[in-house]
Design a protein around this ligand. Structure first.
Ligand SMILES: Nc1ncnc2c1ncn2[C@@H]1O[C@H](COP(=O)(O)OP(=O)(O)OP(=O)(O)O)[C@@H](O)[C@H]1O
Ligand SMILES: [Mg+2]
Length: 137
């Protein structure tokens, strides 16, 4: 496997780390042959979950990795932190719900941008968002 198609881990603590994670996801998606328009969607979704790490958990990690499935390749993004967790995931996924004075569009937006999207969270323990964008068949 080419170096550009290996898993990349980015520790998230600052705005620069958010940018680095965004670029790592975009580059991996490009190397896997995703459509140009999809590169922007992946990068935007990564920005949102990474910004949530800095805003609500302080620090965390983003892993971007190639995955295979349904005869296609794709980019999987795993954003994890050991922050306060999300009390009500269904509510957090509604447009406009925010506890941080934001627009409340980050998580629902990221869900719409990606093909697969799941949140695991436990109050007091942390949050993991796993999302995937598939490439062409
Ligand atoms: N990693 C996280 N840890 C703890 N809570 C989170 C995390 N990510 C999201 N949340 C909670 O989910 C809510 C909704 O997140 P979302 O990203 O949709 O909106 P926002 O961050 O409030 O505003 P926006 O992203 O539009 O600027 C947040 O206000 C916060 O309460
Ligand atoms: Mg947000």
């Amino acid at each position: 496997m080419a170096a550009s198609q290996a898993e990349v881990r980015v520790a998230i603590a600052t705005d620069d780390d958010v940018v680095a994670a965004r670029q790592a996801g975009r580059q991996l998606a490009e190397s896997l042959g995703l459509a140009t328009t999809d590169l922007t969607l992946v990068a935007t979704a990564i920005s949102e979950v990474a910004r949530n790490i800095t805003a609500y958990a302080g620090t965390g990690e983003i892993v971007v990795r190639p995955v295979d499935g349904r005869g296609r390749r794709g980019v999987q993004v795993i954003a994890s932190d050991e922050g306060p967790g999300i009390e009500d995931i269904d509510r957090a996924l509604q447009d406009g719900f925010t506890t941080g004075g934001g627009l409340g569009l980050g998580l629902p937006g990221a869900r719409r941008l990606m093909d697969e999207f799941a949140i695991n969270s436990r109050p007091g323990a942390g949050t993991t968002v796993t999302m995937t964008k598939w490439g062409p068949q």
